[in-house]
Write a new protein. Structure first.
Length: 291
């Protein structure tokens, strides 16, 4: 086995672990539904996330940058996008199946591709445009507007996708000199601040030590997702490792069944297969165009 092959396999493993971290974070967050107010959960997780990311940023010397001008505005826009995505996605997650919410979010890479073409002028051919349209059809199959299974929370997931597209587009426009952990810390702080403001409006509910421990676990798994995601990008080829991003759907189906006794139906599985297939096709086309 060549070094490149080994690096790609390690990178794929890192991506799979990254997705496991995000799925475990979502699972723990969902476990609080019905026990604690949403905004309080966002606030408490945000505290731990800021502590963990801040400590890591300080240890690696990534707290020094002072963004000015355009980067300052873009950081504010990114934080707004992250805050909006957090509130809308977790609201949906508290009120629908874990796998369903996760499946809808898999339209994100396709949505970013199309938004980058429209707003940043990136070249996107007819095949990737068709793939994005097919992926959207897959999402419609999952949420089934007008059907008995449809709820407003499916639209909350789609709104979270829009907020994440806005967040990621502003990130692409930032200068390369801003460290990743510095950006991540500000983003975590914005989510924490959103939760704090929401908690002031909705009120505080007493928490137990076990709930605090679970909240710390949420932050740890979230950090795990970010760290292994960065390690993946630095170890393997993007064209090889990116498809493993969709492993989060497998994690969500398994954890939803194990923890919440959720059983995805056939329509959800069909729609997910269409979304993932369209996403894999887009990733393949991007890799071919860059080669």
């Amino acid at each position: 086995m060549s070094v490149t092959d080994r690096d790609n396999l390690i990178g794929a493993a890192f991506m799979t672990l990254s997705m496991a971290g995000f799925a475990l974070n979502d699972t723990l967050m969902k476990s609080f539904s019905g026990d604690l107010p949403l905004m309080q959960v966002i606030f408490l997780r945000g505290i731990f996330a800021c502590l963990f990311v801040g400590a890591l940023a300080a240890a690696t010397g990534q707290l020094k940058p002072k963004p000015v001008g355009r980067d300052t505005r873009l950081l504010i826009y990114r934080c707004l996008g992250e805050a909006g995505a957090t509130v809308f996605f977790l609201t949906a997650l508290f009120n629908m199946n874990l796998a369903d919410a996760t499946a809808i979010m898999q339209i994100l890479p396709l949505a970013i591709t199309m938004a980058a073409a429209v707003f940043l002028g990136e070249a996107v051919g007819i095949r990737r445009t068709i793939a994005a349209a097919v992926g959207f059809v897959g999402v419609m199959i999952i949420i089934r507007p007008g059907g008995e299974e449809f709820t407003i929370y499916s639209l909350f997931c789609l709104t979270a996708v829009i907020a994440l597209v806005f967040r990621d587009l502003t990130t692409r426009m930032m200068s390369g000199g801003l460290p990743t952990l510095f950006i991540s810390l500000l983003t975590a702080f914005s989510a924490m601040l959103t939760g704090a403001i929401g908690t002031l409006l909705t009120g505080w509910q007493p928490v137990t030590l076990s709930q605090v421990a679970l909240m710390a676990g949420c932050a740890c798994f979230l950090l795990m997702g970010y760290i292994f995601g960065v390690l993946c990008m630095r170890r393997g080829e993007v064209s090889f490792t990116s498809p493993f991003r969709y492993s989060i759907l497998l994690w969500a189906i398994f954890l939803g069944w194990l923890i919440f006794d959720e059983r995805p139906d056939g329509w959800m599985m069909l729609g997910s297969a269409i979304v993932v297939g369209a996403g894999l096709f887009t990733l393949r086309r991007e890799a071919l165009l860059k080669s």
